[in-house]
Design a binder for this molecule. Structure first.
Ligand SMILES: Cc1ncc(COP(=O)(O)O)c(C=O)c1O
Length: 348
């Protein structure tokens, strides 16, 4: 049976154009800076993101930890939204590898941090306290349901951070989704942060890889940290070639994923027992609650799986579906039909 894969946009397969580019890629030893395709990807990424320099890394997790390690020193404090990916899903790397301490601040609606809450959380210098050194933002916000933080809010948060002597890093795994949702150039978002990590392997469909972008001196230091973590990749042009297609050709089509997510959310909202906050659907993710159906999240996921739809449970009754290049609008309509049948008991 064909599966409609809605667990994540990380499930996307490289496009035929990417596979051709990978086959034809010119390569060299990237650890010595001699891979022309990696160099090109780093140059294009820096330019696209409005930063001086960029670094190709294996994954979003590596991009974030390399950035964090580059910003902080042992014992420093890092402010993060309480549900942020860096805190929630990155294996405690900020403690284990960067030896920093997290300062969690709960976001408000859509998991968006409020400057007043951030100001209240950051303590004034004191001999007893860890030094607040870094603020991490996430846009779009994964556990928030793919929600978008407006650039104006990022500017306010950056101002708070700067007033406390803190740098700002953006976990921009899906920052191009945010830019497309807002209808702005991505630089309108990235100009409010010192460094940014962007995933090429989610909605942009590359098979592997992320980029970190920031000031030249920061990227030089980050390159050494990447090497320390074992992320020096030799003839990495083979995968950077797909990344180049991702960042140059795949951004504008993200709007199609957002349209699919909107159709999906509206269709699910019509099913009795399913609770979707339509105002929270900003990009390609749809997060919703199935408590009213009488099914647990795990039961709902399993019943849909048996009918050929893959999705994930984010909590006891919370479900996440992610739209991407490898699901069509017809797949979305079929998903709504199957969810309706499962919930109504017509399919078990
Ligand atoms: C917001 C966010 N940051 C970072 C990551 C980590 O990316 P990777 O899976 O490539 O390590 C993800 C992955 O889903 C994510 O959603």
């Amino acid at each position: 049976m064909r599966q409609i894969e809605l667990r994540s946009d990380t499930q996307t397969k490289p496009t035929p154009e990417m596979r051709r580019a990978m086959y034809e890629a010119e390569v060299g030893d990237d650890v010595s800076g001699e891979d022309p395709t990696v160099n090109k990807l780093e140059e294009v990424s820096a330019q696209t993101l409005g930063k001086e320099a960029a670094l190709f890394v294996t994954s979003g997790t590596m991009g974030n930890i390399v950035s964090v390690m580059t910003h902080v020193q042992r014992g420093d404090e890092i402010l993060l939204e309480a549900q942020s990916h860096i805190y929630f899903y990155e294996v405690g790397g900020l403690a284990a590898l960067a030896q920093a301490i997290p300062l969690l601040v709960q976001g408000r609606r859509f998991s968006i941090l409020h400057p007043d809450d951030v100001k209240a959380a950051i303590r004034s210098p004191n001999i007893h306290y860890a030094t607040p050194r870094l603020m991490c933002l996430e846009n779009t916000h994964n556990r928030g349901g793919g929600t978008v933080m407006p650039p104006e809010r990022m500017a306010e948060l950056k101002q708070v951070a700067a007033s406390k002597g803190m740098a700002v890093h953006l976990d921009g795994a899906r920052v191009f989704n945010a830019a497309v949702a807002l209808g702005v150039d991505v630089r309108e978002i990235t100009k409010h942060v010192d460094s940014v990590q962007v995933c090429l392997s989610k909605g942009l469909c590359a098979p592997v890889g992320s980029v970190v972008a920031g000031p030249k001196a920061f990227i030089e230091k980050a390159r050494k940290n990447r090497k320390m973590l074992g992320g020096g990749m030799r003839q990495a042009g083979v995968i950077a070639a797909a990344g180049l297609v991702a960042i140059t050709k795949m951004v504008s089509r993200l709007a199609e994923d957002h349209a699919k997510a909107r159709t999906l959310a509206e269709g699910l909202a019509n099913i009795r027992g399913i609770d979707v906050d339509l105002e929270a659907v900003h990009s390609n993710l749809v997060s919703y609650d199935v408590a009213g159906t009488g099914l647990s999240g795990a039961e709902y996921v399993e019943k849909l799986r048996l009918q050929g739809v893959r999705c994930g449970a984010q909590g006891p009754t919370r479900i996440r579906m992610v739209c991407h290049n490898d699901v069509s609008m017809d797949d979305i309509k079929e998903t709504i039909r199957i969810a309706d049948s499962v919930v109504s008991g017509r399919l078990t």
